[in-house]
Design a protein around this ligand. Structure first.
Ligand SMILES: Cc1cc2nc3c(=O)[nH]c(=O)nc-3n(C[C@H](O)[C@H](O)[C@H](O)COP(=O)(O)OP(=O)(O)OC[C@H]3O[C@@H](n4cnc5c(N)ncnc54)[C@H](O)[C@@H]3O)c2cc1C
Length: 367
C-alpha cells in the first residue's frame, strides 16, 4: 500500500474511503478517480470482491421509474452507462428487445413509467409470432395485452464492478481493503476514522458508504433505519432451456416479474417478487417452496411450456427504501454520504446513485 499515514497513530490515511465494492461502491470510486486522478481512494469490502448483491444480479436494465425522481435516476444512469461504454470500450451490456404483458387498463400507467418518455405499442403480428415461438404455450387473459417498447439492455453487473475496480486500482495510491468490516465511522482530529471489527483502523477526509443489503448492520444502520430502509430477499429463478438468438425479454408488468434471456448461461432468468421481508445477507437465504409456487403460478398462467425447466436460480438480499427510491444523503457528518436502496433495481440505478453521492460529498465539503 502506498497510502500516507497519520502523524499520530500510523493509521493509513486516504482522501476518500468507499465502503462497498459492489455496483454502487465501485462506480463511486471510479467517478472519484476520474474527477480527481490524484485523489487517494481506499475501496473497502468486509469480504472480497463479488461478496454482495451485485454478483447475483440479473443485470436487466429497463430505464423506467414509478415516480419522477426514479425516472430521473434511470434516465441519468442510461447516459452514464453509455459514457462508461465509450470510455472503457464496453460496459458489459447487450441490447435486448422487450415485450410487456400488462392489463389493458394499466397500459397508460406503464407508458408513464418510461424514463425516456417513450411509449409502448401493441405487438405486430410478426412480433407476436416470435413471442409464441420463444415462449411455449404463451397465454394471457382477454383483459391483458402484449406490448413492445424500444430495446433495453442486459448487463453483467459483477463484470462491470470488477472492471471499474481495476481502473481505480490502476492509479498509484489507491487500494482495495478486503476482509475489513467497518463497524464505525467517527470524526477525530479533523479526520474520519473508520474502525474495523478486528480493531484495525484507517482514516479518510471523506467517505461514501454503499453497503448494499448489509445496511442495517454497519456504520449507517441508525441513519438508514430512520429513513425507512429495510432488507428483503430477492429471487431470480433459472429456466434451464436455451433462449434462441434474438429472443426478447418478457416483462410480466402487473406481477413485477420478468423473463430475461441469459445467453452466457444458456438459460432464462425468471425474476419474481419474493414476499420475504427483513431477510438480511447474514441469514441463510434460500429459494423456498413459497417462491417456487409464485414462479410456477406465473409460468402456468403465461408460459406453461417453461414449467418443466424451472430449476434453481439466484437468491440474495437487497436494501429496499420507501417508494423504492434510493437514498443518497449525508449520514451524521457532512463528509460521510450513504448511497443505499437498490430496491431490486440497484444495478440499473447505480451510476446515478454513485454520481449523486460524489456530487453531494464534493459540494458539502468544498472549502
Ligand atoms: C437475484 C438478484 C437479481 C437482481 N436483478 C437485478 C436486475 O435485473 N436489475 C437491477 O437493476 N438490479 C437487480 N438486482 C438488484 C441489484 O443487484 C442490487 O440492488 C445492487 O447490486 C446493489 O449494489 P450495492 O453496491 O448497493 O450492494 P452490493 O453489491 O451488495 O455490495 C455491497 C458491498 O458493501 C460491502 N460492505 C457492506 N457492509 C460493509 C461493512 N460494514 N464493511 C465493509 N464492507 C461492507 C460488501 O462487502 C460489498 O462489497 C438484483 C439483485 C438480486 C439479489
Amino acid at each position: 500500500m502506498s497510502e500516507r499515514t497519520t502523524a499520530t497513530g500510523g493509521a493509513p490515511h486516504f482522501d476518500l474511503a468507499v465502503v462497498g465494492a459492489g455496483a454502487v461502491g465501485s462506480l463511486a470510486a471510479y467517478y472519484a478517480v476520474r474527477r480527481d486522478p490524484g485523489r487517494r481512494v481506499a475501496v473497502i469490502t468486509h469480504a472480497g470482491r463479488g461478496a454482495g448483491a451485485t454478483r447475483l444480479s440479473a443485470g436487466f436494465d429497463t430505464p423506467t421509474g414509478h415516480n419522477p425522481a426514479q425516472r430521473a435516476l434511470a434516465a441519468r444512469s442510461t447516459v452514464l452507462f453509455d459514457e462508461l461504454a465509450a470510455r472503457l470500450g464496453g460496459a458489459g451490456r447487450a441490447p435486448v428487445d422487450v415485450r410487456w404483458l400488462v392489463a389493458r387498463e394499466n397500459t397508460a400507467a406503464l407508458d408513464a413509467t418510461m424514463a425516456d418518455g417513450g411509449r409502448t405499442r401493441p405487438v405486430t403480428a410478426e412480433q407476436r409470432a416470435l413471442l409464441e415461438r420463444t415462449f411455449p404455450g404463451l397465454a394471457h387473459g382477454d383483459d391483458e395485452v402484449l406490448l413492445a417498447s424500444g430495446p433495453m439492455t442486459a448487463g453483467q453487473p459483477q463484470w462491470l464492478a470488477d472492471r471499474l475496480l481495476d481502473e481505480v486500482l490502476g492509479h498509484p495510491g489507491n487500494t482495495l481493503l478486503e476482509g475489513f468490516r467497518v463497524t464505525g465511522v467517527r470524526r477525530t482530529g479533523g479526520r474520519l476514522e473508520l474502525a474495523a471489527a478486528d480493531g484495525s483502523r484507517i482514516t479518510a477526509d471523506r467517505a461514501v458508504l454503499a453497503p448494499g443489503p448489509w445496511v442495517l448492520d454497519g456504520p449507517v444502520a441508525a441513519a438508514a433505519r430512520e429513513r425507512g430502509a429495510r432488507v428483503k430477499k430477492v429471487v431470480a429463478f433459472h429456466v434451464m432451456t436455451p433462449p434462441p438468438p434474438g429472443a426478447p425479454a418478457l416483462v410480466l408488468e402487473d406481477a413485477d416479474a420478468f423473463l430475461l434471456p441469459h445467453h452466457p448461461g444458456g438459460h432464462w432468468i425468471l425474476s419474481i417478487t419474493s414476499p420475504d421481508w427483513d431477510r438480511g445477507p447474514g441469514e441463510p437465504l434460500a429459494i423456498d417452496g413459497r417462491d417456487r409456487e409464485l414462479a410456477r403460478d406465473l409460468l402456468a398462467r403465461h408460459v406453461p411450456g417453461f414449467l418443466p425447466h424451472l430449476l434453481g436460480g439466484r437468491v440474495f438480499s437487497d436494501c429496499f427504501t420507501p417508494g423504492h427510491l434510493p437514498i443518497v444523503d449525508t449520514a451524521g457528518d457532512d463528509a460521510v454520504v450513504m448511497a443505499i436502496g437498490g430496491s431490486g433495481s440497484g444495478y440499473r440505478l447505480a451510476p446515478a446513485m454513485a454520481e449523486d453521492a460524489l456530487n453531494l460529498l464534493d459540494w458539502r465539503t468544498r472549502t
